[in-house]
Structure formats: structure tokens, C-alpha cells
Design a protein around this ligand. Structure first.
Ligand code: NAP
Length: 248
């Protein structure tokens, strides 16, 4: 069984490593090429866009792919939609592996918004913002001159930036002590995050709760399509191995 893993997430790397030990399954992980020095998964890798959903369908056929696992980030909605269209067009099976979203607990002071522009509009003037939504969305905050931003990202943003901003380049995971220190050392009074889910970047929410700091949480884009969905790597491995055993 030849499996294309649409990657760019920790889960996609863990899945590739898990499938590497399964006889009868071969994986190719695809990365968009956004990160300058990506952590490469085991198994084969390809890097760069396919050129749209039709081109992806052709690629699936040319590479004799039996199953696509969309293990991309929950906010990577374009490639998710392309995976739906291309697998439908080429009669290839599709499985979605995603992280369950975070939900607020006692003591959390969350405001949910639908988009990064909405998050930008919701910032009270004079805020000291810890912005953890990734380098690609920083331009949505470029017109916010009334607040100061600590932007954390793996690589530097390339587009317009807010006028009062400090860049902190680093790659998770981060623990709660580290995140509490980030908040305290930078006198942060507002955290902005996407609802990415998962454990890798959850600690900032616990740190914000402990310090009673409000959080603007950007909701996930709605997912279209009817592909089966699993919420952890073990379930994805089960789904694939069951399919392999059934000879599908
Ligand atoms: P996106 O908006 O959904 O996709 C934009 C285009 O990038 C797609 O149309 C596709 O180009 C290409 N692409 C995206 N993921 C790809 C993959 N895994 N392999 C090959 N091409 C891919 O994606 P995005 O939000 O920019 O995310 C890009 C990558 O970063 C994804 O792999 C995602 O898992 C990872 N990531 C995203 C976020 C986030 O917050 N969005 C956070 C962490 C990691 P073509 O149309 O040319 O095929």
C-alpha cells in the first residue's frame, strides 16, 4: 500500500515513523516547503506545492498512491480541500488525521474569533500581545500601531509587520514554566493563538490561565468533505493496517 502523508506537523512525522515498521506500507511525506530547515520524517519525502487539486490528482496517479492521509495543520484549509477534490477525482482513499481542538476550562479567559483579522480588531489599545499564530499571518496585525507585539515563530515573517514588535524565533514544544517566564519577562497582558489543538503548544494556555491573562483564540476553519477523521496517530495506523489486511 502506497500512502501519501500530507505533512508539516509533528503528527505527520510520528505517523511516518510508525508506518515505517509496518510491512506492506510505503510512505511518501509531502511538505509545503514553508520552513527553511524542516525536520524531515523517516521514509520518502517530497517538498513543494503540487500546483492545485487537478495536478495533485495527476501526481497521485503517476505515483500509484492508494491512500492519502491529510495530516496537515488544522488551519491548512487549502491543501485539505485539494486533498478532498483530488482523491475524489482519482478514486484514492482519504483519511484525515487532525488534533482535537482545545476547549476552555475553569479560570480561562478566552474570547473566540473567526479569523486573524477579527483577532487584530479585538486587541484593546495599549496591549502587550504575545502573538503565536505563525509567521504567515503576522501581516494581519501590521496596522495595529496602538499595541506592542512579541511574535514567536519558527522563521521570520516576510510580509508587513506591526510597528512595535519584537521577534522571538524558536520551535516548540514549550513547557508551562517556559511559557510563564515568557509572559512575565515580557509583561504580556494578552495572548493570541489559533485553536491548533494538541500538546505541543498547549502550555501557553495553562500559563495564561495561571497568570489570569486573557486569550484571543482564533477558531478553526470549517472542514468540508466527508473523509473519515481520526484524532491520533494510533487510530490512523489502525485504520491503514485494517485496510491493508482487508486488501482494499
Ligand atoms: P494551505 O494554505 O492549506 O495551502 C496552500 C498551498 O500550499 C496549497 O494549495 C499547496 O500548494 C501547498 N501545500 C500546503 N501543504 C502542503 C503539503 N503538505 N505538501 C505540499 N504542498 C502543500 O497551507 P498552509 O496553511 O500554508 O500550510 C502549509 C504547511 O504548513 C502545511 O503542510 C501545514 O501542515 C503546515 N503548517 C501550517 C500551519 C498553519 O497555521 N496554517 C501551522 C503549522 C504547520 P499547491 O496548491 O501548489 O499544491
Amino acid at each position: 500500500m502506497r500512502v501519501l502523508i500530507l505533512g508539516g506537523t509533528t503528527e505527520s512525522r510520528v505517523l511516518a515513523a510508525a508506518l515505517d515498521t509496518v510491512q506492506g506500507i510505503e510512505t511518501i511525506t509531502s511538505l509545503a516547503g514553508r520552513v527553511a530547515e524542516p525536520i524531515l520524517p523517516v521514509g520518502q519525502t517530497r517538498i513543494g506545492g503540487f500546483g492545485g487539486s487537478d495536478a495533485l490528482a495527476v501526481w497521485l496517479r503517476d505515483n500509484s498512491i492508494d491512500v492519502v492521509v491529510d495530516a496537515t495543520h488544522p488551519f491548512a484549509s487549502t491543501i485539505g480541500a485539494h486533498a478532498e477534490q483530488a482523491t475524489r477525482a482519482s478514486s484514492v482513499a482519504l483519511l484525515v488525521l487532525t488534533r482535537p481542538p482545545w476547549t476552555p476550562g475553569e479560570g480561562d479567559r478566552w474570547t473566540s474569533v473567526a479569523s486573524l483579522p477579527d483577532a487584530s480588531s479585538a486587541i484593546p489599545p495599549g496591549s502587550r500581545v504575545f502573538l503565536t499564530t505563525g509567521r504567515q499571518g503576522v501581516h494581519h496585525f501590521a496596522s495595529v500601531a496602538h499595541s506592542w507585539f512579541l511574535v514567536r515563530a519558527i522563521d521570520a515573517p516576510t510580509g508587513p509587520e506591526p510597528p512595535h514588535m519584537t521577534l522571538h524565533l524558536s520551535r516548540g514544544p514549550f513547557d508551562v514554566d517556559h511559557e510563564s517566564m515568557m509572559l512575565a519577562d515580557n509583561r504580556i497582558d494578552l495572548l493570541i493563538t489559533k485553536n491548533s489543538g494538541g500538546d505541543m503548544t498547549r502550555a501557553k494556555l495553562a500559563a495564561a490561565r495561571a497568570a489570569s491573562i486573557p486569550v484571543i483564540v482564533v477558531d478553526r476553519p470549517a472542514r468540508t468533505g466527508s473523509a473519515p477523521m481520526v484524532f491520533d496517530v494510533a487510530a490512523a495506523v489502525d485504520w491503514l493496517t485494517n485496510r491493508l489486511r482487508a486488501g482494499l
